[in-house]
Ligand binder design. Sequence first.
Ligand code: IVH
Length: 668
Amino acid sequence: MDRDKARARVAELREQIRDADYRYYALNDPNLTDTQYDELYRELVALETEHPELLDPASPTQRVPDVIAEGFEPFTHPSPMVSLDNVTTEEELRGWVERGDRFLQSDDPRRYSVEPKIDGAGLELIYEGGVLVTASTRGNGLVGADITNNARTIRAIPQRLRGDKVPEWIAVRGEAYMRKDDFAAFNKAAEEAGQQTFANPRNFTSGSLQMLDPKVPASRPIRYFAYAIGGVRGVSYGSQEDLLDALRDMGLPTVPETRIVDGADAVAEHYAYLVENREAIPYEIDGVVVKVDDFALQERMGMRTRSPRWAVAWKFAAQRAITTLKRVDWSVGRTGVVTPKAVLEPVFVAGVTVSNATLHNIDELERLGLREGDRVEIERAGDVIPKVLRPLEDRRTGDETEIEVPTHCPVCATELDRDEGKVAIRCPNFACPKQLEGHLAHFASRLALDIRGLGEKQIRQLLENKLVTDAADLFTLAKDDLAALERWGEKSAQNLLDQLEAAKTVPLDRLLYGLGIREVGERGAKILARAFGTLEDVAAATEERLVELDEVGETMARAVMDWFSEDRNRDMLRRMAEAGMAPSRIEVASGGVFHGMTVVLTGKLERMSRKEGKALVEAQGGRAGSSVSKRTDLVVAGPGAGSKRKKAEELEVEIIDEAEFLRRAGRD
Ligand code: IVH
């Protein structure tokens, strides 16, 4: 590339990287994937190396971005939190190994720690005398944000280190992350409550840790893995293997899929294993970190400008493809939110044929600037729904057409609302068939009224035959009408009626949840039910009284007020009451078979989800714990239960199986 071209390209790359840094670090809303970012960064490094005259101290390659979320104190790390060089192919990895050989003037196979590269948020924990004193984000590597209060809410992070080998002082480094299943469940609940959903577990984790109110991270399933130290006093470690063992012994979780291996072949083997098993691993990983195991060798190899010579990140190849955006479809959810979905020319990516991709919301759609007919780059990461990364603007032919954001509901044609300042567009028509279907499905779902035998198919039949117009109508269904439906009959009709009869005394929180009030998820419903006791009192609550409640913000208070002030909702509740709906008070301080107990669920549950299990514990007055300790009263162990079960045995905590659990909870 000639000088002028290089100069122009360098300027462009710097601008793109600065913009990406800002969005990533300050706005917490990345516009590039890590791989895209790395590509730009590498191209810039390459150009700057080739044209040293273009080097500039202000280039993003010369410094790491430094932005600290507003409202937090800066914290200077005891030693820099460096970043790692990347390789993307086995050949490059072997190149890194050979550079190590040359540096150490020895080609004896070295021992390596091969660790999944956790796609979370880096977090440093400082313990003095075994007590957690500071937790900080990585920031620019030298100075991060002090988020101690938020980190204290993460149960995987011990407040006090355990055992008899606790150093006087230690700076533990690791990653805060969220499990994929927890993330999916959280997003699903948020969606059901009509709240904002998140793009991926990493953004969600780092966003949660940078909230000024620690109640936010406290209510989110954030976890932690430790994998390095930034200094220690009073104890020393000989190798990464020793260190990881010591961290584990002190009560810090370490990455279970880490392997200590000898030589490059074995590194490649464990890498291949992790690629192969990426989907089954419960948290997101975006590569593998390879570290020279021996600390004496690490010391000898030392640092380059930005990164150590003794470690490298071997990133997974992007799972991307180019295809055509055929059109954008709009679907209506239970709460009336209308969301865009990309319909694609089918394309094979990372082992599956992809023909749909998520566009998240209209903001995302507008940000991407997509047009129908565009060639687009899509990415499929792990088991998440594929997403559209960008249109290939230089491939446009002129035949592409603007995407029209609907102004009217695609199902019932009612004019849509676009909430000011919110990313959602919403169909306000409560009687919209799609909404009704979602409303009834939610009402009947397991965490709500748990009406078995009322699945999607049956609901559609009821709607098509105009037997119901809302949830209240369910309670006045006539047996003959039901029995006359296709594929029904006396028996299934009677079954449904029995189920509905039983549902009339459902605990109040589950009814409240089932009503599908915006912003009121499972937890919100519980808070309301506990605070007010009866449906009438919830309905009569004032906004002032609502916001006084712990964990109820203005948005939720408003949503509750709005819902109860709608005539059709009041009418629905009146008809439910007339039909005999009499929700039971939820057990508060007393009662419940697990009253006052901490119950830990581990292993596979076969008859319910983890979330339902926890709900059951709470419904019976207990607290669902996530790790086993002396304070644990009961462990429910399913097949595959491992370390928690062992721990419970050691501590002689009572262990029961799922069937016994259900029996005690009165669900069998
Ligand atoms: S070690 C000198 N180990 O990847 C070693 N980092 O650039 C410093 N990461 O942002 C890091 N998993 O937050 C290390 N097992 C692991 C890791 C890991 C994820 C992150 C870390 C940092 C980046 C490395």
